[in-house]
Design a binder for this molecule. Structure first.
Ligand code: AQP
Length: 337
């Protein structure tokens, strides 16, 4: 039977990239899981967040805000398991085993490591380097078959498969499944509003580069108005977006928010100037995001409720994770009695 798992780091406010590339897809998986009778598990990956410095109070707030974002986007704690990574210690325990299975060379090839460590790799945290082994543990501790993610996480899910395969091979078992990354939809890679070659990211130093899920209508309209574009009108065909990364990005966002294909969007807006298209995009973004941000704000007023929900989620998650860890320890040769 399939099982879907995914996570988001509480390393800052949620962006439109997280919503379109990840959260919205999670809700689709929740619905599919309900229909087909399999479990869906979603997590705030706080252990991943601290691979770069996080202020403790900010981390607590961001973790609750992410939980609120999940719920406001449509994840229902009665339908999916929703929890905080550090409350299920089996993730970190399995990660240690994977640190011993994965090779240094594999980690060195990861583009996220290269991007985030930058030029001064010697000074990056050891956790940032080992990040993909913890992510493999997050996924495999639930024997996950499907991981809905944005394009940027594809390499890490592929590494998860390599780790599972090496574990199975080294110990002569068929224990961990070969997990599939599921990258679907019109916005698997939402780009920065300031630079069409960079991913929209929570940690971008410029707030103008991203739309935050908590931005109000005026802020969203202002950011879209100021978004970088070229001077040409919108094309009528998708191939007219080639070599126009900023235009492509705004059209992709429009398509994703309105549940249309790029062709359908361009059939409507092809030939329009950005001065006309941008207000249409702002109105659409505000219409889709404002009910979510209103509900997030309401939930943030009742942090105890959020904590109770994720506490219960952690119990459900542990009920799956603990036996898997026990079996993995047995396979490795650790005395468990
Ligand atoms: N720009 C994006 N477009 C599409 N999907 C995206 N995701 C993130 N950014 C985009 C997807 O969101 C999920 C959670 O990502 P994450 O927060 O755990 O890590 P990240 O990919 O490193 O996200 P950020 O926003 O860039 O965070 P920071 O700045 O802290 O590194 C993943 O499924 C990801 O694909």
């Amino acid at each position: 039977t399939p099982r879907a798992f995914s996570g988001i780091q509480p390393s800052g406010g949620l962006t439109l990239g997280n919503y379109l590339g990840a959260m919205r897809r999670f809700v689709d998986w929740q619905d599919r899981g309900l229909k087909e009778g399999f479990e869906t598990i979603f997590c705030m990956v706080d252990l991943h967040a601290i691979t770069v410095w996080q202020d403790p109070d900010a981390l607590r707030r961001q973790t609750r805000e992410l939980a609120a974002g999940y719920i406001a986007s449509g994840l229902d704690p009665a339908k999916s398991i929703l929890f905080n990574q550090s409350q299920v210690p089996e993730h970190a325990q399995l990660a240690w085993i994977f640190n011993c299975v994965a090779r240094v060379g594999w980690m060195q090839r990861m583009t996220q490591w290269k991007d985030k460590a930058g030029k001064n790799q010697q000074n990056a945290s050891l956790g940032l380097f080992a990040y993909p082994a913890l992510m493999a543990a997050d996924i495999l501790i639930y024997q996950t078959t499907h991981v809905p993610v944005g394009e940027d996480q594809k390499q890490h899910v592929e590494l998860t498969r390599d780790i599972a395969a090496k574990f199975n091979h080294d110990y002569g078992v068929n224990f961990f499944p070969m997990t599939e990354p599921v990258i679907e939809g019109a916005a698997t890679r939402v780009m920065s509003l300031r630079d069409g070659s960079k991913k929209m990211s929570k940690s971008d130093p410029s707030d103008m580069a991203r739309i935050n899920m908590t931005d109000d209508a005026d802020t969203i309209a202002n950011k879209i108005r100021k978004a970088r574009t070229d001077a040409d009108a919108l094309p009528c065909e998708p191939k007219g977006l080639d070599d126009r990364p900023e235009a492509r990005n705004l059209v992709n966002i429009f398509a994703a928010l309105s549940d249309q294909s790029i062709d359908q969007v361009l059939a409507d807006v092809g030939g329009k100037q950005f001065s006309e298209f941008k207000p249409m995009l702002s109105d659409l973004a505000v219409a889709k995001l404002s009910p979510i941000s209103t509900e997030m704000a309401r939930l943030m007023q009742v942090p105890d409720e959020i904590d109770a929900i994720i506490g219960k989620g952690a119990e459900k998650a542990r009920a799956i994770a603990a036996p898997v860890l026990k079996d993995a320890y047995e396979i490795v040769g650790m005395i468990q009695s």
